[in-house]
Design a protein around this ligand. Structure first.
Ligand SMILES: [Cu+2]
Length: 126
């Protein structure tokens, strides 16, 4: 049931991405993130957090993180706290030091898919 729902969500996202490729750069924008873009962290982040300028459909949105190994790690998106429909958050497994790329793709309330990316670095320990 969950799998079927996730599959349906994926199909909807894919269809929207095909139908609205040119609209994908002006709608849901990131206002705040943790880690911040290009931030250098002393310790691995426990989660990725994104706050957008508009309400997003969390069930149809996703975050991946790609590390030095080059393989994207899909993250389980945790619904934002109640009353915060503009937010996305995902726990991350413990990341070794290195440079990471976070990619996000969201369906915003106006029906448009937007995507973006930010980088952060986990500094080597002392
Ligand atoms: Cu839009």
């Amino acid at each position: 049931m969950l799998l079927r729902r996730a599959l349906a969500a994926g199909l909807v996202l894919a269809a929207l991405a095909i139908w609205f490729p040119r609209l994908a750069d002006a709608h849901a924008l990131v206002l705040e993130s943790s880690p911040r873009a290009d931030e250098v962290l002393r310790a691995a982040p426990a989660r990725i957090f994104l706050r957008f300028n508009s309400r997003i459909e969390q069930a149809l949105s996703g975050i991946t993180v790609t590390g030095p190994g080059g393989r994207p790690i899909p993250l389980p998106v945790v619904g934002a706290p109640e009353g915060a429909p503009n937010e996305l958050s995902a726990p991350v497994p413990t990341l070794p030091p290195g440079r990471y790329l976070v990619r996000w793709k969201v369906l915003s309330a106006d029906g448009h898919v937007t995507q973006g990316a930010l980088r952060f670095t986990v500094a080597p320990g002392p």
